[in-house]
Design a protein around this ligand. Structure first.
Ligand code: NAD
Ligand code: MG
Length: 383
């Protein structure tokens, strides 16, 4: 049976992995919406290849290029944030949320509000709007399929079990490319994005290097799997073979293992609740030799502590953490600040003394996000 799919963030790393699987199973899917920030030519090429109904660029200044690139194709072209939300609200059996950053929140919410099934890679949406988004999922009968590899692993390890029997959930972390680098202050953007195991977009690669990715994932797990923060743990596992684990009260621990290829968790979402083939190389544990584990080093990588503190503080704090981090990472990638300043800027923003009241709606979350971006930018300019 053919199913319909929309891919928000189609030109990114997760978008490409998703469309690779769709391409291999072309007859199973009808493509509704494909979106990008700009990159009109790349988006138009995908829209033509997959016969999409609509292609949307979030950045309206790229719309003319998109229209030109789609001329004669019969594919609708649209631009701007409202068009992005409208496209996400269109009926589709599965919406893959693969936009990076809080920019993906409003489209995710649009898919939630039509009661859709959403393969959620866009962790920042859940970090910023945790309570608001999970309440909306409940209210509209939407389904979130965790696509982040750790959360997808946990989701698989929970299947068929009662969450009340869970003693703990352990998120594995690769530790990023800088785990063993002595002088973190001298790290360049090129070093920080060179992840040893995963090929990902620039922002999440920097988050992996600072360990903020694991901090965001802790908050993501808190909302997806309601076992309470004290049952969520992090262990560094440099080989990224075990993608996460769930320990039950009888002492059994279930883990999901697989190659470091996002097509595995994405395939699990595309086929859910069934299974599908992927071209990913099978695991060869004997060739791998050994798997190792370490406790996280929060003195060198304070981001996981900041995320835990933001979660404990609750209210607007996770949205503040996320927005400050987005600005700090962009400044680092732009050569404006040192690597070690990223976490410091996030900590300073959180401690800045103007914590907004808990946001209660999408609009309020977006307002917090917009305000914090301004404060963090000011903080960067003062330093
Ligand atoms: P990426 O940078 O490769 O792609 C991001 C996509 O979002 C692109 O299509 C881009 O055009 C679009 N985009 C960027 N800014 C936008 C904006 N302001 N408005 C609308 N669209 C915008 O990122 P990625 O690595 O594919 O990651 C996407 C999301 O998935 C992130 O939230 C990331 O944390 C999460 N994730 C990624 C991986 C991975 O392996 N890449 C793994 C787990 C989770
Ligand atoms: Mg992950």
């Amino acid at each position: 049976m053919t199913r319909s799919i929309s891919v928000l963030g189609a030109t990114g790393s997760i978008g490409a992995s998703t469309l690779d699987l769709v391409r291999r199973n072309r007859a199973d899917w009808r493509v509704v919406a494909l979106t990008a920030n700009c990159r009109a030519d790349a988006l138009a090429k995908l829209a033509r290849e997959f016969g999409a109904e609509i292609a949307v660029v979030a950045d309206e200044t790229c719309l003319d290029d998109l229209r030109a690139a789609l001329a004669g194709s019969g594919i609708e072209a649209a631009g701007g944030r409202a068009a992005l939300v409208e496209a996400a609200a269109r009926e589709a059996d599965l919406t893959v949320a693969a936009i990076v950053g809080c920019a993906g929140l409003a489209p995710v919410m649009a898919a939630v509000e039509r009661g859709g099934t959403i393969a959620l890679a866009n962790k920042e949406a859940l970090v910023s709007a945790g309570d608001v988004l999970t309440a909306a999922v409940e209210r509209h009968g939407a389904t979130l399929l965790p696509t982040d590899s750790e959360h997808n692993a946990i989701f698989q390890c929970l299947a068929g079990n009662d969450i009340a029997d869970v003693r703990s959930i352990t998120l594995t972390a690769s530790g990023g490319p800088l785990r063993t680098v002595a002088d973190l202050s001298a790290v360049t953007p090129a070093q920080a994005v060179a992840h040893p195991n995963w090929d990902m977009g620039a922002k999440i690669s920097v988050d992996s290097a600072t360990m903020m990715n694991k901090g965001l994932e802790l908050i993501e797990a808190f909302h997806l799997f309601p076992v309470g923060l004290d049952r969520l743990k992090i262990v560094v596992h440099p080989q990224s073979v075990i993608h996460s684990m769930v320990e039950y009260r009888d002492g059994s621990t279930l883990a999901q293992l697989g190659p470091s290829d996002m097509r595995v968790p994405i395939a699990s979402c595309l086929a859910w609740p069934e299974r599908m083939d992927t071209p990913c190389a099978p695991l060869d544990l004997a060739a791998m030799g050994e798997l190792t584990f370490f406790a996280p080093d929060e003195a060198r990588f304070p981001a996981t502590r900041l995320a835990r503190e933001a979660l404990e503080a609750g209210g607007a704090a996770p949205a503040v953490l996320n927005a400050a981090n987005e600005i700090a990472v962009a400044a680092f990638l732009d050569g404006q600040i040192a690597f070690t300043r990223i976490a410091a800027v996030v900590e300073d923003t959180l401690a800045g003394g103007n914590m907004p009241p808990p946001p209660r709606s999408l609009e309020e979350v977006l307002q917090v996000d917009a305000d914090v971006r301004v404060w963090t930018q000011e903080l960067l300019e003062k330093a």
